[in-house]
Design a binder for this molecule. Structure first.
Ligand code: ATP
Ligand code: MG
Ligand code: MG
Ligand code: MG
Length: 479
């Protein structure tokens, strides 16, 4: 049966409410009191205070649908059927309450019961951690045939220290026609890296404490932490080839079609990538700004800037000129209105931030693209396949091209970028900035405010270290 994304989300929450869970609202994408995390990147991320015991919830059973951003998936967007930067993770959580004996049959009931998701059990596959015979037994008892259960050694959730444990993941078989690797490839199984078996749900059984001495001790109060990707489940219900041909993305894609030079979604795989990137990044940028983050040169702000600029470049590929992302903001707001009314309510503000940022990039974009295309042509006609670090740096420093964008463009043309050379240029510029600072001092400018002003007006570009640290944090906490 064809359900809307809003119905699919609310069914999940209602199901777990019927099992005694309290529904928690979707929290801000900007983490509160959590310096280890750049963005909320999973449902459990907003519930850490319950899992680490610092706050005891009124109800130890919680369910939510949490907006999340994963920067480690930026490059996947547009290229896989299933990855987004902003997505919603639906989850059920037990804070030292129920454990595997309940979590597993409930998951199966929600997925297959005719009253709930009514998915065909034949299409569902389960992976378990090989040593977790307990989970396997419960899946079998719940009615999953052994032929649909796979051992996967990676199925262990561990962040180095603290709560950890095995997990079970649930895959939906989209059919042979989606297999994107040779049938005899070792990755061709549920749990492998392929586009046929779609991972829809991860159920973590957090039952150990990983001690500083590197041992695993059974926790006295075991927890359940699960995450189901809304967009992926919607793609299953709406019979979509990818997450994008669903009610969550198509209105954005349609609007982008209107703004372009006549190219339509579906015309070619290359232009489809651009439509997908635009639709995905428009959502992420809109939601991030709605949650009070702003484009800037570092940390969270750099992520917004990078996403926005990547979307603008893909817009150019579709013949969309001038500021256009700003026009996608209300489209995103309407799609998400039933669960996130605040986005539409904030639309005017979000549009103004996006517009200013687009204008800023558009000022140098044509010159930057011209330089990039010239460089690509030059490198191609030489016997090298590497774009010099100096060039990437100029694109970045003068034309506002985030390094990763140049790299992506180069990659499309079969070229590489000299990262070490780029880093050296960046370093040299920092040193120049430092020298300018001490010059200013030696020139007798005593007022530190004035010295600061002097260095600040000298554009020092993006601080990539900060972004890399933050991405690392994202990955570390990425369950
Ligand atoms: P994948 O292997 O497909 O990258 P994952 O194993 O990294 O997914 P988990 O960390 O287990 O994902 O997150 C739980 C669920 O959240 C996944 O099963 C999936 O449904 C969803 N999910 C994870 N990352 C994304 C993403 N970038 N875009 C959309 N949904 C996602
Ligand atoms: Mg992943
Ligand atoms: Mg996975
Ligand atoms: Mg997973």
């Amino acid at each position: 049966k064809e359900l809307s994304s809003a119905e699919i989300r609310s069914m999940f929450l209602k199901f777990f409410e019927s099992k005694g869970h309290s529904i928690e609202p979707s929290k801000s994408l900007v983490p509160v009191d959590d310096p280890t995390l750049l963005w909320i990147n999973s449902g459990v991320a907003t519930l850490k205070k319950y899992f680490d015991g610092s706050v005891v919830p009124n109800n130890r059973r919680i369910t939510n649908a949490q907006k999340s951003i994963r920067t480690n998936d930026i490059e996947n967007v547009g290229h896989t059927a299933r990855h987004h930067t902003l997505f919603e993770m639906m989850g059920n959580f037990s804070i030292g309450d129920y454990f595997k004996e309940d979590a597993i049959p409930w998951a199966w009931e929600l997925l297959t019961s005719p009253e709930w998701y009514a998915m065909d059990p034949e299409k569902l596959y389960i992976t378990v951690y090989p040593e977790d015979t307990e989970a396997k037994e419960i899946w079998l008892k719940t009615g999953v045939p052994a032929s649909h259960i796979f051992d996967v050694a990676d199925n262990f959730w561990d962040i180095g220290q603290g709560p950890s444990g095995p997990d079970s993941e649930i895959f939906y078989d989209r059919g042979e026609e989606f297999l994107d690797i040779p049938a005899d490839d070792p990755e061709n199984y549920p749990g492998g890296e392929n586009e046929r078996y779609l991972e829809i749900w991860n159920i973590v059984f957090s039952q150990f404490n990983h001690t500083p001495e590197n041992t695993y001790e059974e926790l006295p109060h075991k927890n359940i932490d699960t995450g189901m990707g809304l967009e992926r489940v919607v793609s299953v219900f709406q019979n979509a080839k990818t997450n994008f041909e669903t009610d969550l993305f198509m209105p954005i894609i349609k609007k982008a079609e209107e703004l372009g030079d006549g190219v339509k979604y579906g015309d070619s795989p290359i232009t489809d990538i651009s439509f997908k990137v635009i639709a995905d990044h428009a959502r992420a940028v809109t939601f991030a700004i709605s949650d009070s983050a702003l484009p800037s040169n570092e940390g969270r702000g750099y992520v917004i800037r990078r996403l926005l600029r990547r979307a603008v470049l893909h817009g150019r590929k579709l013949g969309i000129n001038g500021a256009f992302l700003t026009q996608l903001v209300p489209v995103v707001g309407h799609i998400m209105e039933s669960y996130y009314p605040e986005v539409l309510a904030n639309a005017e503000y979000i549009e103004s931030v996006v517009l200013a940022e687009e204008k800023r990039f558009n000022e140098t974009l044509s010159d930057g693209l011209k330089m990039l295309n010239d460089v690509i042509a030059n490198v191609k006609s030489s016997d090298s396949d590497v774009i010099a670090g100096k060039v990437a740096f100029k694109l970045y420093d003068t034309y506002g091209f985030p390094y990763e964008l140049t790299e992506e463009y180069a990659d499309d043309e079969g070229l590489k970028v000299d990262r070490a050379g780029f880093d050296a240029e960046m370093q040299a510029q920092r040193e120049r900035a430092r020298a300018a600072r001490s010059d200013a001092k030696s020139m007798g400018v005593q007022n530190p405010l004035l010295t600061d002003l002097h260095t600040e007006s000298k554009y020092v570009g993006w601080t990539t270290e900060i972004v890399e640290d933050a991405q690392l944090a994202d990955i570390i906490v990425d369950n």
